[in-house]
Design a protein around this ligand. Structure first.
Ligand code: PGA
Length: 267
């Protein structure tokens, strides 16, 4: 995936749905709308077990498939229970989410995240690197936390790969709630500016503006517009609202419309 794919609306289905047939139904629901919209590039990240079947049944649907995680190990080997980036790529997927907070909560360190990012990039995938603070403190320590999450990965990745890296800013305190749980547009604007400045100053000149930056955390059909417009982000990573095809498609519609109104002329 690249810069010109903006705006992007990505679905993180997490450990849903229960069966292949439900996964197909949910995917078909998205497919009824997504390919007909001019703007958002739609990405679906189902559990790995559904990737092959969705890709076989729906190739040509203009929806990009991705995984929610990949192994730290490369290619093939005696790694019980692991799925490599190469295997994900072979399913027809183009992207991998790496470093989601729910995986970090299971013990994934910045070092592990950096290794996984490299595995994904070396296999030819794009990466959606998730970052986000647990809480906001008055003293601003959370900003150092974000800088560390960014630099610990970028400084261990070859520069030629930067163009395939997307950042998903997902503050933990905003994940998994109703539409009021999301960040305010004001906070999102400030934080996305901070992330872009960090990329520019601490990683590579100009990278801040070149990097696709998504927001995730309680994005719903009724807050999507105000979170998207004037907040310096390129789209969303969506959890719970992506499990209802109509709700997810409404968000695609909102981004399509808002992008056409506000940004399409800049292209
Ligand atoms: P949410 O999840 O949309 O349910 O808050 C976002 C995520 O965890 O990626």
């Amino acid at each position: 995936m690249k810069n010109t794919d903006a705006p992007i609306v990505a679905a993180n289905w997490k450990m849903h749905p229960r069966s292949v047939s439900d996964a197909k139904k949910l995917f078909s629901g998205v497919k009824r709308t997504a390919p007909h919209l001019t703007h958002p590039t739609t990405v679906i990240c189902p559990p790995d077990v559904h990737l092959g079947v969705l890709s076989e049944n729906y190739s040509g649907s203009k929806i990009i498939l991705g995984s929610q995680d990949i192994s730290i190990h490369s290619d093939v080997g005696s790694q019980t229970g692991e799925v490599s980036a190469e295997q994900i790529k072979d399913t027809g997927s183009a992207v991998a989410i790496v470093g989601h907070s729910e995986r970090r909560a299971m013990g994934e360190t910045n070092e592990v995240v950096a290794k996984k990012v490299n595995r994904a990039l070396e296999a030819g995938l794009s990466v959606m690197l998730c970052i986000g603070e647990h809480k906001r403190d008055e003293g601003g320590d959370y900003l150092d936390f974000l800088v560390e999450q960014i630099t610990s990965v970028y400084n261990n990745v070859d520069r030629r790969f930067y163009q395939r890296m997307i950042i998903a800013y997902e503050p933990l305190w905003a994940i998994g709630g109703g539409s009021n749980a999301a960040v305010t547009p004001h906070v999102l604007h400030q934080t996305s500016g901070f992330i872009r400045k960090t990329l520019h100053k601490r990683v590579a000149r100009g990278l801040g503006e070149e990097t696709l930056l998504l927001y995730g955390g309680s994005v719903k059909r009724d807050n999507a517009r105000k979170l998207f417009v004037d907040t310096k982000i390129d789209g969303f990573l969506i959890g719970s609202a992506s499990l209802d095809a109509d709700h997810f498609c409404d968000i695609l519609g909102v981004v399509n419309e808002a992008y056409s109104e506000h940004y399409a002329d800049d292209e």
